[in-house]
Design a protein around this ligand. Sequence first.
Ligand SMILES: Cc1cc2nc3c(=O)[nH]c(=O)nc-3n(C[C@H](O)[C@H](O)[C@H](O)COP(=O)(O)O)c2cc1C
Length: 432
Amino acid sequence: MPKPFHLAWFTNFTPGDWTATFTHGGSPWDGKFFVEMAQAMERACFDYIMLEDTLMVSEAYRGSSQAALKHVLQVPKHDPIPLAALIAGGTSRMGVVATMSTMAYPPFMLARVSTTLDHIAGGRFGWNIVTSGEDAAAQNFGMEELPPREARYAMADEYVDLVCRLWDSWEPDAVVKDREHGVYADHTKVHTIDFKGEFFKCRGPLNTVPSPQGRPVFVQAGGSPRGRAFAAKHADSIIATANGIDGMKQYRDEVRGHAIRFGRDPDDIKVLYLVYPVLGETSEEARAKYKRMVTSPNFIEAALASVGSVTDIDFSQFSLDEPLPRLTTNGEQGSLDKFAQWGSGKTLRQLASERFDSALDLIGTPDEVAERMGAAIEAIGGDGFLISTPFQRISRRFITEVCEGLVPALQRRGLVRTEYEGDTLREVLREF
Ligand SMILES: Cc1cc2nc3c(=O)[nH]c(=O)nc-3n(C[C@H](O)[C@H](O)[C@H](O)COP(=O)(O)O)c2cc1C
């Protein structure tokens, strides 16, 4: 039997696939649709659902918010934290991961809300550590522009150090609940941290009771060399965009190498690759579905505006029928590299039409796709996949195709779990 791999779902609090033929059509904003979706993923034994987040209305495409609002590209998007609490309350085994930016949250608030959520989730909460990557987001927090990547990661390193100290500011046995003497918590076991860093100061202690996991599971997605090192230092799970088996293997080998240098066991880090499977009753049906998507009106514009919003690059300035010039960004470099396929000679139009192609050919029947996923992980060495939908257009229909088509096909091959063993998210991630 092969070693099983991990599965997580990548989504956000946006309206989902509101234009689809088969769609629920109601309001998504009470969050109930997402709770139901999470329950389906939990029945399929996913490791976690990951709620992505950004903090701006992008004007990167043509200097206007038109494309972002028209195509629902990151906006409108509601806050993932209350949704994470709702999902945690509606599930019992699957991890719930929410994104919070080190640029936006004061460290004390992040430590406190994470502890609160880890209690609500019974030890299943994870924090997706992001530094934000757009000038428009920085401008919502009083800055003129986004600090350079190096500074953002230096701040994030210090930030993680600080919040870990806050989580450790209560000794594990500080809560005594001594009824005889009327003592709830022993004050000699709750300590200030007196943190004075280059960027942050915090006195502590935290004012919350230590949570089941002590600290949340850390998820990260560093794409740049600096980002990969940050992820390798801190993360329990890394979510990665990479092109094809070679790109995925190179990414994983690199972060595992960094992890060893940081004195960590590389097996404690689960690297999950972002993929967008397309499923059908037959291969032809799946391919027709894929073709319908990439040739649909506005697909090219939406693809360019969506990659533009996370890279802060206006792709409307380049010719669609020529290769893209070499570019770098202070935003998501990894997403840019994955999109641009440097050196391929492809035109911008081709690149846009391949925006959601992982180069693993995950288009086909559940059995075909399961077979290819298994072969890919075997060649890469691990650790699993982060499943998503183009433009985060989640639908009940697609969730059913994955959870009741693809996952059972993977389970029949022994490639994913059929039940949870661990209780906390960290334990679930380390099951294999
Ligand atoms: C799968 C995936 C999910 C991400 N989710 C978010 C997110 O929710 N919010 C955010 O601000 N950045 C998100 N990012 C961006 C990363 O945090 C990071 O900035 C990006 O991977 C670029 O890495 P770099 O900063 O090292 O270049 C995500 C990236 C990837 C690949």
